[in-house]
Ligand binder design. Structure first.
Ligand code: SF4
Length: 230
């Protein structure tokens, strides 16, 4: 990928969000939602995003004056992601690296998993203190459109989904290298120092856990080698 291809990918992703958002908003208005500005329960979840979304968020990080601090927070969160389950992570109540107070600092560019996640049950049921399940609107087809976009634009690599801090940190390294930004070296150093997993490896292990089957390490190696050749 070169810089102009990255720019085009970002423009197209934003257009896709613009096209899908009204569908989600109509469904939320029709079925009812307790989601409201200032509620950030779901910003403490381990939220997995697609590769184009990671590239867009990485580009936003590079435009910030405080990108160094953001990268360190991201590396710490990415390490925590690697070491825990989704449930434990939620109970640790680690705020998303993009959460500023109770507001999303990348709201216009927030990923599909955040964008199309509408709570149907009262917001208290999204809090870690609530023992029962929460109800959400089923808008999986909107997230599916973003996954399709990822594979359509990036091929097999577009299958990568990983938690926000892990994927964005790796994307920062790549985007910074493309843009000639000094953050490329900083991101690489943090990935090595904190021992951050490769997002594709995380995604494969996550799938294996969901289907409750041990994953063959040789398969992970083979996929990683294929990715490295691209
Ligand atoms: S990207 Fe924004 S909406 Fe999504 S979890 Fe982070 S702060 Fe919350």
């Amino acid at each position: 990928m070169n810089e102009s291809e990255l720019d085009r990918l970002i423009v197209e992703l934003r257009h896709l969000y613009e096209a899908l958002d009204p569908v989600g908003e109509r469904q939320a208005a029709k079925q009812g939602t307790s989601c409201a500005r200032g509620c950030a329960h779901c910003c403490h979840l381990m939220t997995a995003i697609t590769l184009p979304e990671g590239l867009l968020l990485a580009d936003l990080v590079l435009a910030r004056d405080d990108w160094r601090e953001v990268l360190v927070r991201m590396a710490q969160a990415a390490k925590a992601v690697s070491q825990t389950t989704r449930v434990e992570y939620f109970h640790q109540q680690r705020p998303c690296v993009f959460l500023d107070g109770n507001e999303c600092s990348v709201y216009a560019d927030r990923p599909a998993a955040c964008r199309y996640h509408y709570a149907a049950s009262p917001s208290e049921q999204c809090s870690p203190g609530y023992e029962g399940p929460m109800q959400a609107l089923n808008l999986i087809e909107l997230e599916g459109e973003v996954w399709n976009f990822a594979t359509h634009t990036l091929g097999d690599e577009g299958l990568t989904t990983a938690p926000i801090p892990m994927l964005v940190l790796h994307c920062v390294e790549g985007v910074a290298a493309l843009r000639g930004h000094e953050a490329a070296g900083a991101a690489r150093a943090l990935i090595e120092r904190f021992g951050i997993q490769n997002p594709m490896e995380w995604a494969m292990r996550s799938i294996a856990q969901q289907v409750d089957e041990p994953i063959d390490p040789a398969l992970v190696e083979a996929v990683m080698a294929t990715m490295a050749d691209r």
